[in-house]
Design a binder for this molecule. Structure first.
Ligand code: NAG
Ligand code: NAG
Ligand code: NAG
Length: 426
């Protein structure tokens, strides 16, 4: 969805809210930004002749030699995963005026986390010629697999370590493709166990019609408006997949227009009209010489979303990714799909509909199973449906970026995913 990028740009004018009170602060400028407080490694892996992929490996705070290996990918396409590192589930949080603060709910509390900028040309990753820019997730997956093999050669402690691929938004397309590529390449040293995707962009055909359902439920459009778009939608069901998707592109913008024409709203979090991050601050941070030195990418230019990468992709792609998910499940790879329920863009209704439509073995059992309460620390934090190796979780009071909005619950969620047990948390 092109709007993902547009919104990032538009919202960049906002400011970050103040940081939590009474929290221990560390990593002030004069103390070296707090980088030293974590055990990390960063750099690029060269994949000749195409370019390089940048990684930041943050080792576990608990038991790095035995804890699982988790990869986090932001979406876009073309969005740097450094956003996840500093704004979502990483050990450092970028707060006002460029200081770092400790994230006590960082995912590296329980796992080694690898943040990767991909495909070529994203974030700190490079591309040696525009002909090597990838055009879809299947191409991206081929290079990501090669990257991973090289990474494990460089860090052999992750050979055969249980691996979980996690990410958000457009990573909903990358991750199943990568999983499929790992399977196709017979795993080699890669011990893929599961995939977790938050507010994923999986299949516009299934997700877009739910936009008006969600908008109506949240009083963003009227019943009449919803009915009208629904009738149009039903007519479009007669079209073939390819034609239908082009109509959905219009449909998407139509609903978008209805929602946004008379109000200021954050499409990533309908509870607010302002943004929660400051693109300029992130950009300054990652373009700072001394930060780049610490990340082994001296003299690079970093942007949050690479338009060069983004523009290669068709955001309303007609390829079905469900088959990649089906293949994974049939090989015993776990899928965990979660959705912050305050996100309009990749809203939970669309993701629920997609989860009910994949077509894996036991799909019907999953689809008809009842939601159960998801409690974290004695508080109702969401609801989930679970069957065997497939779980869908609706996270309450979170927008598009679940780890940003619900840090503690998102850590609990990772824990449950790794244990494959969502029933009793903490
Ligand atoms: C994976 O294994 C299958 C079956 O043993 C074999 O036919 C195929 O060539 C292998 N693929 C790779 C990339 O090694
Ligand atoms: C970069 O960061 C260092 C602290 O590590 C700071 O002293 C310096 O002023 C920053 N440079 C710019 C251009 O912001
Ligand atoms: C679920 O995954 C496990 C491995 O994680 C596997 O042993 C089991 O067979 C899978 N279940 C199904 C129904 O595929």
């Amino acid at each position: 969805m092109k709007i993902l990028v547009c919104i990032l740009v538009v919202l960049s004018l906002g400011v970050l809210p103040g940081c939590g009170e009474g929290e221990e602060r560390f990593g002030r400028r004069e103390e070296g930004w707090g980088f030293e407080a974590e055990d990390y490694d960063a750099g690029r892996i060269l994949l000749e002749p195409y370019g390089s992929l940048f990684y930041a490996l943050i080792r576990s705070r608990m038991d790095p030699s035995n804890d699982p290996f988790v990869i986090w990918l932001n979406g876009g396409p073309g969005s740097s995963s450094m956003f996840g590192l500093l704004m979502e589930n990483g050990p450092w949080k970028l707060v006002n005026d460029g200081d770092l603060e400790r994230n006590e709910y960082s995912w590296n509390n329980i796992a080694n986390i690898l943040y990767v900028d991909q495909p070529f040309g994203t974030g700190f990753s490079t591309v040696s010629s525009s002909e090597y820019l990838v055009k879809n997730e299947n191409e991206a997956a081929v290079y990501f697999h090669r990257f991973l093999v090289s990474f494990i050669e460089k860090f052999p402690e992750y050979k055969h370590r249980p691996l979980y691929l996690t990410g958000e938004s457009y990573a909903g397309r990358y991750i199943p493709a990568i999983s499929n590529e790992i399977i196709k390449q017979n795993y080699s040293t890669i011990n893929l166990v599961g995939c977790a995707i938050g507010n994923g962009n999986f299949d516009p055909i299934v997700q877009i019609p739910e936009l008006s359902v969600y908008a109506l439920e949240n009083d963003l459009i009227t019943k009449d408006q919803a009915d009208k778009t629904l009738i149009e939608h039903l007519e479009r069901l007669k079209l073939n997949r390819g034609d239908r998707i082009r109509c959905y592109e219009n449909y998407f913008w139509q609903v978008w227009e209805l929602v946004f024409s008379h109000r200021a709203l954050n499409g990533y979090d309908i509870r607010t009209s302002s943004t929660k991050w400051n693109v300029q601050e992130l950009t300054n941070f990652f373009n700072n010489e001394s930060i780049q030195k610490r990340l082994n990418v001296y003299q690079s230019e970093w942007v949050l979303v690479s338009q060069m990468v983004h523009s290669q992709f068709d955001m309303f792609d007609t390829t079905k990714i469900s088959s990649n998910v089906e293949i994974g499940l049939s090989k015993g790879i776990r899928y965990f799909i979660f959705a912050g329920d305050k996100d309009l863009n990749c809203n939970w209704r669309g993701i629920e509909a997609w989860s009910n439509s994949i077509g894996f073995d036991c799909q019907d059992t999953f689809t008809s199973s009842r939601y159960q309460k998801w409690n974290v620390d004695g508080e109702e934090a969401g609801e989930f449906k679970h069957h065997d190796n497939f779980t869908f979780l609706r996270v309450y009071e979170a927008g598009h970026m679940v780890p940003m909005d619900q840090p503690k619950r998102s850590l609990a969620m990772l824990q449950s995913f790794i244990k494959n047990d969502f029933k009793d948390i903490i």
